[in-house]
Design a protein around this ligand. Structure first.
Ligand code: XMP
Length: 521
């Protein structure tokens, strides 16, 4: 049973913006609990007791045409403060009789200069001394006529009604996105709304979440056994430690060695969990079968399917050997839950397959335990710290389920994996040594399926190209490449070429996501 959360909270209605999750994260950073609901879910909600504020997110819909997603009218009369962001603002304007128009000439994407026109509680400390600031826009529709009872707080050149408010009703609307870092001081604006206008209490603390999660695991699992696939990544490590705290030896962990992990990673993870944390860990050496099945497979999707299916087969077989196992633990995170529901009613969003181990629970007749399903990645890292997870795991960059197989473009062989492991090891160690590792969301080396000519000493070489990638990101949905100083790139190139036989050229990937993805396949 889910324990009742008797805490102040802010509800975010998701109309499908790519950055809705960031709103929830920012609010939790103020120690206030936030939850994302779809517009359908809010229709069914009948208890508003702990809800101190409602945020209407942005989204791809338009209020200028026939059907558009909305919230029930009575929500506007609950006397709960409301903040509309982008589409949310337009929805508020439409509801209260303002005029919203689509105008291709007045659309704004990216940075815009916002000018303050009137004082507001919402914008306290938000503008610079010259009453201006830079905000991040992404809209084609804009509010052209103020709705009744509202006043204008700020404008940009193309969008006169960029911030509006109705103080009596405590309803606010903004056209730009305060939740993205490109909006200067955006956090101040959200903080003003949540803490000053909604007066939400700071009752969300990871420490109390930790105890609640452990209690909940005990309640769910009772005296049954739980099986867990342990990879040594942050999520599965935190899941394993939490469940171990709750039920001890009734947790059975399985580690499958695919041969596709980073250098020494499998062995060191096993040692840490077995010796330091004293968990019940069984290891399965499956690298031979992985390499056999991946031989001459070039298509990325085929590779992913082969690796995923093989994992299921192996895991299922091993898990069945434990008696009385009734639960499967998974590291599902809050973003996975959000992504698996559709905000706009379309069927395009689905849970990332890596977090839902391909239908295993159903197939094996197991129930799921998902202790992290209400947390964001950074919260999971902090939770890991608070239960004694070593920093080298809690700060680890994300690593994809298919492992190095999707960082070796084209066919995968043990030889290529060995070459890549060495190059990746050098790159990552240099990042750590230079204090750069924690500044980067994800970094890795990859092997390209082309050989080029080089010269080393007096001999001609004909070897692989190593691509290095390092990106900064908030959640992996969008990313920018990291700007390394030239000396660092020189050093990496040198060290990889001198240290790894099989590579004679190093290139740095300078594309962001979009248009590229973080991984190569
Ligand atoms: P992309 O390449 O789609 O990656 O920009 C976004 C984030 O997801 C990770 N990723 C995966 N993680 N199994 C995983 O567990 C996968 O199949 C997978 N594919 C991509 C990627 O490393 C990045 O953090």
């Amino acid at each position: 049973m889910r324990e009742k959360l008797n805490k102040d909270k802010i509800i975010i209605i998701d109309f499908g913006s790519q950055v809705t999750k960031l709103i929830a994260r920012r609010i939790r950073e103020f120690n206030v609990y936030s939850e994302i609901l779809t517009s359908n879910e809010i229709k069914k909600l009948d208890n508003f007791n702990n809800i101190r504020g409602i945020i209407l997110s942005g989204g791809p819909s338009t209020v200028t045409k026939g059907f558009f997603p909305k919230i029930p009218n009575h929500i506007f009369n609950l006397n709960i403060p409301i903040l509309g962001i982008c589409y949310g603002l337009q929805l508020i304007a439409k509801h209260f009789g303002g005029r919203v128009k689509s105008n291709i000439k007045k659309r704004e994407f990216g940075r815009a200069e916002l000018i303050n026109k009137k004082k507001s509680n919402l914008t306290e400390g938000f503008f610079k001394k010259n009453k201006k600031t830079n905000v991040w826009m992404s809209h084609q529709d804009s509010v052209q006529k103020l709705p009744k009872g509202f006043s204008k707080i700020a404008s940009t050149k193309h969008s006169i009604l960029t911030i509006i408010e109705n103080v009596n009703k405590k309803i606010y609307g903004i056209q730009f996105h305060p939740e993205v870092t490109h909006t200067e001081n955006g956090t101040t604006l959200l903080k003003n709304f949540v803490l000053k206008i909604c007066k939400a209490k700071k009752q969300w603390k990871l420490e109390s979440e930790k105890s609640r999660i452990i209690r909940e695991i005990k309640n769910i699992v009772q005296n049954k056994k739980v099986v867990c696939a342990l990879s040594g990544g942050v999520d599965s490590s935190v899941v394993a430690l939490l469940i171990n705290k709750a039920i001890g030896k009734k947790l059975k962990c399985i580690m499958v060695d695919t041969g596709l992990m980073r250098k020494d990673e499998f062995k060191s993870t096993y040692k840490i969990f077995k010796n330091k944390y004293k968990l019940n860990v069984k290891i399965i050496n499956a690298s031979k079968i992985y390499f056999k099945k991946l031989k001459n497979i070039f298509d990325p999707e085929k590779k992913r399917k082969i690796i995923g299916n093989l994992f299921i087969q192996i895991f299922e077989k091993e898990a069945k050997m434990f008696k009385n196992v009734k639960f499967l633990a998974q590291g599902t995170l809050y973003p996975d839950i959000i992504e698996s529901r559709s905000a706009t009613g379309s069927k395009t969003s689905k849970i990332k397959s890596h977090h839902n181990v391909g239908g295993l629970p159903k197939k094996m007749n197991l129930k799921l335990v998902e202790p992290l399903k209400e947390l964001f990645k950074d919260e999971v890292r902090k939770l890991g710290d608070s239960i004694g997870l070593i920093k080298s795991i809690s700060r680890k960059h994300p690593f994809p389920g298919p492992g190095l197989a999707i960082r070796i473009v084209g066919s995968v062989t043990p030889e290529k994996v060995k070459i890549l492991q060495e190059a990746d090891y050098i790159f990552i160690n240099e990042l750590i040594k230079n204090g750069l590792y924690d500044k980067i969301w994800q970094a890795y080396a990859a092997l390209l399926p082309v050989k080029t000519v080089g010269v080393m000493g007096d001999s001609r070489t004909y070897e692989y190209i190593c691509l290095i990638r390092a990106v900064i990101s908030e959640d992996g949905m969008t990313a920018d490449y990291y700007s390394f100083p030239k000396y660092f790139l020189d050093e990496i190139s040198n060290k990889i070429i001198n240290g790894v036989k099989g590579i004679n050229r190093v290139v740095y990937d300078i594309t962001s996501k979009p248009p590229s993805t973080i991984e190569l396949e």
